[in-house]
Design a protein around this ligand. Structure first.
Ligand code: KIV
Ligand code: ZN
Length: 387
């Protein structure tokens, strides 16, 4: 099965998320955990952005041994020089050079004509190749670019020595079909495209980052740029854990594999959430508190008989012990009886009926029942308790 590389940009694009900035030692901690997770590439920062970013990239590049370490650079000599200074000590340095190719970015942000952008893209890749064995080139805002023009830029970047071509959905604008079609178009227009690795980079403004990413894999993309917990600008980037698990459990469909150690996911997610002070929504796929929780009686009954009835992912796969049965107003007798047994209370069928009725009345009044609530209900059956 073909491999898809996982390129983690939590420390660069993720850190650009408001309120999520990290100190140097925290970045190092995250980078070490990303290495344990076995990501292929760690984008450690944007060395020209600030002295702190430079120092963090330099520090990470010295200590990470198994993942490729890279840093972002605009298509400018000074950015590429800063990236080289920060990364030259790593075993396998890569630089990520980018320039925007969409009309709105070229006109209003860069104030450049398209032919100047084309020239600058090629010149910056050529310059970066003087230092770096591996150069990745990105057409920022690729999905809103004129694809014919963008294909010319891609061709020039490959000719200048780029080994990875990344076409980002910078503003999370695309549908899955459109994103795949863009890659197919560029593949047709650029004769040397087979010599490079194609990369996707999806933002989640319309909630389609995961769908777009998977659709681009279908179109031949073999590097996925993502962040832990989907942190990133605005609505964030595609979440590493969603992609890693989706490609794992649907490998028969996608016919690709990653080298991620999926059982490190829960730990990585918790670490990033705590260090970035960025809480995870309960319903977040894979890593949310409710991702493996069941409250409805019918579901609980099914899961108790066989977890596969309502769990497509085993919690163990991502490093969690087991799913949880949440006892609330939708729960049934099976889960209630299990709770009693877990608390050391053994009840007759009649006692279950009586106490279950009491539990339902309380659950109607309270959103969450605590162990104390259960103890109060069960205390009426104290004599049957096993201590
Ligand atoms: O979203 C984006 O386009 C980026 C580029 C710098 C790759 O983050
Ligand atoms: Zn981005």
């Amino acid at each position: 099965m073909e491999k898809v590389e996982i390129y983690d940009t939590t420390l660069r694009d993720g850190e650009q998320s408001p309120g999520c900035s990290l100190k140097e030692h925290e970045k190092v901690q995250v980078a070490q955990q990303l290495e344990r997770l076995n990501v292929d590439v760690i984008e450690a920062g944007f060395p020209a952005a600030s002295p702190d970013d430079f120092k963090a990239v330099q520090h990470i590049s010295k200590i990470i041994k198994n993942s490729t370490v890279t840093g972002l650079a605009r298509s400018k000599k000074s950015d590429i020089d800063a990236a080289w200074e920060a990364l030259k000590q790593t075993e396998n340095p890569r630089v990520h050079v980018f320039i925007a190719t969409s009309p709105v970015h070229m006109t209003y942000k860069l104030c450049m004509k398209s032919e100047e952008v084309l020239e600058m893209a090629a010149a910056s890749v050529r310059y970066a190749r003087r230092f770096f064995p591996q150069v990745e080139f990105s057409c920022e805002d690729a999905t809103r670019s004129d694809y014919a023009f963008m294909s010319r830029v891609v061709r020039a970047a490959i000719k200048a020595g780029a080994a990875i071509i990344n076409l980002p959905d910078t503003v999370g604008y695309c549908s899955p079909q459109e994103y795949a079609a863009m890659f197919h178009y560029v593949k047709k227009q650029v004769p040397d495209i087979d010599k490079v690795r194609l990369s996707c980079h999806c933002h989640n403004d319309l909630g389609m980052a995961t769908a777009n990413t998977l659709s681009s894999v279908d179109a031949g993309v073999r590097q996925i740029e993502c962040t832990v917990n989907g942190v990133g600008e605005r609505a964030g980037n595609v979440a590493l854990e969603e992609i890693g698990v989706a490609l794992h459990i649907r490998h028969n469909y996608y016919k690709v594999k990653t080298q991620l150690k999926l059982n490190e996911i829960a730990k990585t997610s918790r670490m990033v959430s705590q260090l970035m002070n960025s809480p995870i929504s309960a319903t977040k796929p894979i890593v949310g508190a409710n991702a493996f929780a069941h409250e409805a009686g019918i579901h609980q009954d099914g899961v108790l008989k066989n977890p596969k009835t309502y769990e497509i992912i085993s919690p163990n796969l991502v490093g969690l012990d087991s799913g949880t049965l949440v006892l609330g107003k939708h729960s049934g007798r099976h889960a209630f009886r299990k709770k009693a047994v877990e608390m050391g209370v053994h009840l007759t069928d009649k006692q279950i009926d009586q106490s279950f009725h009491e539990f339902k009345n309380l659950a109607d009044q309270k959103k969450e029942l605590t162990d104390h609530d259960f103890r109060t209900i069960f205390s009426k059956y104290e004599k049957t308790m096993v201590h």
